[in-house]
Write a protein that binds this ligand. Structure first.
Ligand SMILES: O=c1ccn([C@@H]2O[C@H](COP(=O)(O)O)[C@@H](O)[C@H]2O)c(=O)[nH]1
Length: 277
């Protein structure tokens, strides 16, 4: 039986350090790497990032939007990126932020979490805007296939606060209620469950209580969005062992040299190593 995503992620973080690097082929980065803004440029960019990083960091996070923008050729590149990164030993978290009514959610789950799909990653990001319960098909299929689902709770962008900090009747914020729902799903899992949450490294310290989560916390916002390692310490405190800090542009701007990308990732990884001391 395949091990659960929580266990696989905990092992990868212990072996390689807790760093997730995003593969975000922004047009500006393609230009900076002297690549054409087309599917061939995309392919060179993304596979260079895989070559440089897949043997080094715990998790690679391709941003689906930057592949989809190139149509079917871009999606074909994404399929290769997922396969080659996994082959080289990285866990692949596909940042695709899907969410829909349950019956459609099943199709999304089959597309990204079923073993036989060409787009199957180790985990995906999902949006709970249609209700945490609507994500049940993805959560169930992920559990069966040893994969993970990372639910947006309190995103790193400044606009996220207006919705995610709103209080529900229970007095909890929407973001906190997502964390609490994930905690219910993960209860009893060891070392942690397969349902994670997104909580930006940019949010205010003390906004969320992760004490019952028992699952991974994807923390984007490090680097280009302004968050620092000190912010991670302040925001996540005792939950730091579950935190997977994520950064994309801050590493990718050191390409196209494979050594440059690798050194940049190592610098961030080494800085993060001090977090748990
Ligand atoms: O709350 C969120 C959720 C996802 N993201 C994604 O992460 C990367 C961030 O890239 P940087 O270059 O490190 O800023 C990007 O793909 C976002 O879509 C996020 O930033 N915040």
């Amino acid at each position: 039986m395949i091990a659960g995503f929580g266990k696989r992620l905990a092992e990868a973080m212990a072996a390689r350090g807790p760093l997730c690097v995003g593969i975000d082929p922004h047009p500006a980065l393609l230009h900076a790497w002297n690549l054409a803004e087309d599917a061939r440029g995309l392919e060179r960019f993304a596979l260079t990032a895989v070559e440089a990083l897949a043997g080094e960091v715990a998790v690679l996070k391709p941003q689906s939007a930057f592949f989809e923008v190139h149509g079917s050729a871009g999606v074909a590149v994404l399929e290769r990126v997922i396969a080659e990164a996994r082959e080289a030993g990285a866990l692949v978290l596909l940042d695709v932020k899907r969410g829909d009514i349950g019956s459609t959610m099943t199709a999304y789950a089959m597309a990204y979490l079923d073993e036989h799909s060409p787009l199957a990653a180790d985990a995906i990001t999902v949006s709970p805007y249609l209700g945490y319960g609507s994500l049940a098909p993805a959560i169930g299929i992920a559990e069966q296939t040893g994969r993970g689902v990372i639910v947006l709770a309190r995103t790193s962008n400044p606009e996220g606060a207006e919705l995610q900090r709103c209080l529900r009747d229970s007095g909890r914020s929407i973001g906190q209620s997502i964390v609490d729902s994930a905690a219910e799903t993960n209860a009893g899992a060891d070392p942690m469950g397969h349902v994670g949450v997104v909580a930006g490294a940019t949010i205010r310290p003390g906004e969320l209580d992760f004490s019952r989560l028992n699952g991974p916390i994807l923390a984007p916002g490090l680097g280009a969005q302004g968050a620092t390692v000190d912010d991670l310490r302040a925001v996540f405190g005792p939950a730091l062992p579950q935190v997977l800090p994520a950064t994309a542009r801050d590493v990718l701007r050191h390409g196209p040299s494979v050594d440059g990308l690798r050194s940049a990732a190592h610098r961030v990884r080494d800085e993060l190593a001090g977090l748990l001391l």
